[in-house]
Write a protein that binds this ligand. Structure first.
Ligand SMILES: [Zn+2]
Length: 310
């Protein structure tokens, strides 16, 4: 293994999530040289938010030379590269972040939806390596969706990223801020799984610990826990079947923190898909890059944009 040279070119990737922000520095041999995770600010003026980004970028790239910066952010990004997600990223919403980062580092950052960056990371280094046509579904506070066609993300007509986690599905009312009365995101996100798991316990902790406990119970044959995961798998299949029908996807990668529980709900998910249409089964696999996947994909996004721009 060769030692890092003082001026090694580094692609910095930032995964701006509702709870935590992950920073990675990827070197020219496509190795992650440094990683850092910090809490995402919930408040602050634009200058404080730029400083939050800039200080962490400087720290992560210490000892190297920044080649590019890429950002993956939860929720919609408008055509000017401004985050518009008041529910998950209230402090950053409406803030013109990029010029302040560009002034500091002399690189225009690339920014995209975090499902796009997660998909780019998995396609290049993870579960999608052998399949450049893949549907990525990230299960977190919400649901992120990205279809890659020949390695490129599918775009809406205006170039934006379609928010395909918001779909009308069958079942009891599950109203969503998007306006749908029964929205997939409300019943199939990791957050929804957590709420269902918490309802099993009198001493619920209202955290992912409840899903871990439910998973443990299910593995010992507890019928309530087994049924909870089966219901969740069916809800997940409802929306996924719509995406598969619309996109013609033939390979699905499940990412986000909800992918950790794929062994518990995967059987019901696959079984329900088989009931919906006979063109299945298609491979449904878990993401391989873990929690760093979005940040690694963001680094690739930034690097590709920089290379394309020169
Ligand atoms: Zn919705």
């Amino acid at each position: 293994m060769s030692p890092a040279t003082p001026l090694e070119n580094l692609a910095v990737g930032i995964d701006l999530g509702g709870t935590a922000t992950r920073f990675v520095a990827v070197d020219s041999r496509e190795q992650v040289r440094a990683r850092r995770i910090v809490g995402t600010p919930r408040s602050g003026n634009p200058e404080q938010l730029r400083r939050f980004i800039n200080q962490n970028v400087r720290t992560i790239a210490e000892g190297g030379q920044i080649l590019s910066i890429g950002i993956g952010a939860s929720g919609p990004i408008d055509a000017d590269g401004v985050i518009q997600n008041p529910d998950t990223l209230p402090a950053f919403t409406g803030v013109d972040l990029l010029p302040g980062i560009e002034r500091e580092f002399h690189h225009r950052p690339a920014i995209d939806n975090d499902a796009v960056t997660a998909a780019l990371g998995e396609a290049r280094f993870g579960a999608g390596r052998s399949n450049p046509n893949m549907l990525m579904v990230t299960l977190g506070t919400g649901i992120g969706v990205c279809l890659l066609q020949h390695g490129q993300p599918f775009r809406a007509a205006d170039g934006s990223h379609p928010e395909a986690g918001h779909l009308s599905i069958s079942g009891p009312d599950a109203p969503c801020y998007c306006g749908r009365s029964t929205c997939w995101e409300q019943v199939a996100s990791r957050r929804a799984l957590q709420d269902a798991a918490s309802s099993l316990f009198d001493d619920a902790r209202d955290s992912s610990e409840d899903i871990d406990r439910a998973s443990q119970l299910a593995s010992t044959g507890d019928s309530a826990a087994i049924e909870m995961f089966a219901n969740y798998g069916r809800r997940l299949a409802d929306g996924l079947s719509n995406l598969i029908a619309a996109y013609g996807a033939n390979f699905v990668v499940i990412g986000g923190s909800g992918s950790n529980y794929l062994p518990s709900y995967g059987p019901a998910l696959r079984e329900h898909l088989l009931e919906i249409q006979d063109c299945f089964p298609i491979p449904i696999v878990g993401a391989q890059l873990g929690e760093d996947g979005g940040a690694i994909g963001a680094a690739l996004l930034g690097r590709d944009a920089t290379v394309a721009g020169h």
